[in-house]
Design a protein around this ligand. Structure first.
Ligand code: HEM
Length: 372
C-alpha cells in the first residue's frame, strides 16, 4: 500500500492487525517456514506486533518506563556523546575520505541507546553487529537464524545483569514493571519489548542521520538556507524523514476481515506491507516535486515515517532530539565537509526495510574548533 491517504486509513483501521498468531492463517497453519529470513519480524511478540487490547496493555507498560522526562534527561548526554564523536572525527586528516555512516551515523545512536538501556561496554559491539544483521534482508536463512538466536542470548544476558544490579536505565525500569507484578508483563514480553525498543531505535536513527548528511551535502543550496538561519535543523530532520523514510516498508499487517480500500478488496487473512517511503513522496500531498529535497517545503511535517495511529513511534521525540543535536554539531564542526564521491555513486543498503547507504564517504575538511 503506497498512497498517503490509503495508508493513513489502514493504520487507524481496527480491522487491520499486526498479530500473525491471531490473524495470519498461513502463519497459524504452519505454511510459513520458521527458517524464512524475515520470520523474526513476524514471530516476535512485542507491542509492535500486538493487536487491540494486548497492544494497549504493552504500550501502556512500556510507556510507563519510556517517559518524556527520561528522554528530556538524555539531552545533556546526547550533546556530550555528539561532542566526543566529533572530537574523534576531528583527529582524522580532513583530506582523506571517512565513512560517516560507520563513524558518525552508527556511533551516535548506538552510544545514546547504550546510555538509555544501560548497556555494559562488553555487550555494545556484539549488539551493534547483531542489529546490522537483523536489517540485512539479503541474509541467508542460516545467517538470519543464528543472528536471531544471538539477539535473544544477548538480551537475556542484559536482563540477567540488570536484575542483579539495577540502574537508572530503561532496562531496569522495565524489569521493575515485570517483577513488580508478573501478571502485567511476561518474561518473554519483557525481552521482546527490549529487543523492539533497541532494534526500532537503532538502525532507523542511523539511517536518518546518514540520509540527512547525504542530502545536505548533495544539495548545498539547502544547507546554505540552514547556515543562514532561513531554515532550522528541525526542518532538515522532517524533510529528510519525508523524502527518505528510514524504515522504507513496514512488515507485516493482516486483514482481520475482508477490507475494501481504494476500490480494491483485500481478502481476510491476507498480509499487507505498508510503504512509508512511498507515502512520503505521494504527489497528492507533496505535489509533482515530491521527490525533491526542500527543507522549506510546506508539507515537510506531513509524512508517515514514524507511522500513524495506535502504533505511532514511541521513540519519535528521542529520534528527533538526537538528530537535531547530532546534525547541528557535525555541520558546525566541519564547515567545509563534502561528499568524497558523486551523490549518484552512494550505494543503497541491500534491504527493502532499512533505507540508508552502504557507506557515506566524505572529506571532513578543516575543523572549526571554536564552535559547535
Ligand atoms: C528516525 C528514527 C525512527 C523511525 C523512522 C521510526 C519509525 C517507526 C515506525 C514507522 C513505527 C511504526 C511501526 C508500525 O506501525 O508498524 C515505529 C514504532 C515504534 N518505534 Fe520507532 N522509529 C524511530 C526511532 C525510534 C526510537 C529511537 C525508538 C526507541 C528507542 C523507537 C521505538 C519505537 C517503538 C517502541 C515502536 C512501536 C510502537 C507501537 O507499536 O505502539 N523508534 N517507529
Amino acid at each position: 500500500m503506497t498512497g498517503h491517504a490509503v495508508i493513513r486509513e489502514l493504520l487507524t483501521d481496527p480491522r487491520v492487525s499486526k498479530d500473525a498468531y491471531r490473524h495470519w492463517p498461513a502463519w497459524i497453519g504452519g505454511e510459513i517456514a520458521q527458517s524464512w529470513p524475515l520470520a523474526i519480524w513476524v514471530s516476535v511478540q512485542n507491542m509492535v506486533t500486538a493487536y487491540g487490547e494486548d497492544h494497549r496493555r504493552l504500550r501502556g507498560l512500556v510507556a510507563e518506563a519510556f517517559t518524556p522526562s527520561r528522554v528530556a534527561r538524555l539531552r545533556g548526554r546526547i550533546e556530550g556523546i555528539t561532542g566526543e564523536v566529533l572530537d574523534s572525527l576531528a583527529r582524522r586528516p580532513g583530506d582523506v575520505p571517512v565513512d560517516l555512516r560507520r563513524w558518525f551515523a552508527h556511533v551516535v545512536p548506538s552510544r545514546v541507546l547504550a546510555e538509555l538501556f544501560g548497556i555494559p561496554s562488553g555487550l555494545r559491539a556484539r549488539l551493534g553487529r547483531i542489529i546490522a544483521g537483523f536489517f540485512d534482508t539479503s541474509a541467508s536463512l542460516e545467517e538470519a537464524r543464528c543472528n536471531g538466536a544471538e539477539l535473544y542470548v544477548t538480551m537475556n544476558e542484559l536482563v540477567a545483569g540488570k536484575r542483579g544490579e539495577p540502574g537508572e536505565d530503561l532496562t531496569s525500569a522495565l524489569i521493575a514493571v515485570r517483577d513488580g507484578d508478573g501478571a502485567r508483563l511476561t518474561e518473554k514480553e519483557l525481552v521482546d519489548n527490549l529487543i523492539l525498543l533497541y532494534t526500532a531505535g537503532y538502525e532507523t536513527t542511523v539511517n536518518l542521520l546518514d540520509n540527512a548528511v547525504a542530502l545536505l551535502l548533495a544539495h548545498p543550496g539547502q544547507l546554505a538556507l540552514v547556515r543562514r538561519g532561513e531554515a532550522a535543523w528541525e526542518d532538515v530532520v522532517e524533510e529528510t524523514l519525508r523524502v527518505e523514510a528510514p524504515g522504507a516498508n513496514g512488515i507485516l499487517r493482516y486483514a482481520v476481515e475482508d477490507l475494501e480500500v481504494g476500490g480494491v478488496v483485500i481478502p481476510r487473512g491476507d498480509p499487507l506491507v505498508i510503504s512509508y517511503a512511498a507515502a512520503g513522496r505521494d504527489p497528492a500531498v507533496h505535489g509533482q516535486q515530491a521527490h525533491l529535497f526542500d527543507v522549506t517545503r510546506a508539507t515537510r511535517r506531513n509524512h508517515l515515517s514514524f507511522g500513524h495511529g495506535t502504533h505511532f513511534c514511541l521513540g519519535a521525540p528521542l529520534a528527533r532530539l538526537e538528530a537535531r543535536i547530532a546534525l547541528r554539531g557535525l555541520f558546525t564542526r566541519f564547515p567545509g565537509m563534502r561528499l568524497a564521491v558523486a551523490p549518484r555513486r552512494l550505494r543503497p543498503l541491500e534491504s527493502f526495510i532499512s533505507n540508508g547507504h552502504r557507506e557515506l564517504p566524505v572529506l571532513l575538511g578543516p575543523v572549526d574548533a571554536g564552535r559547535e
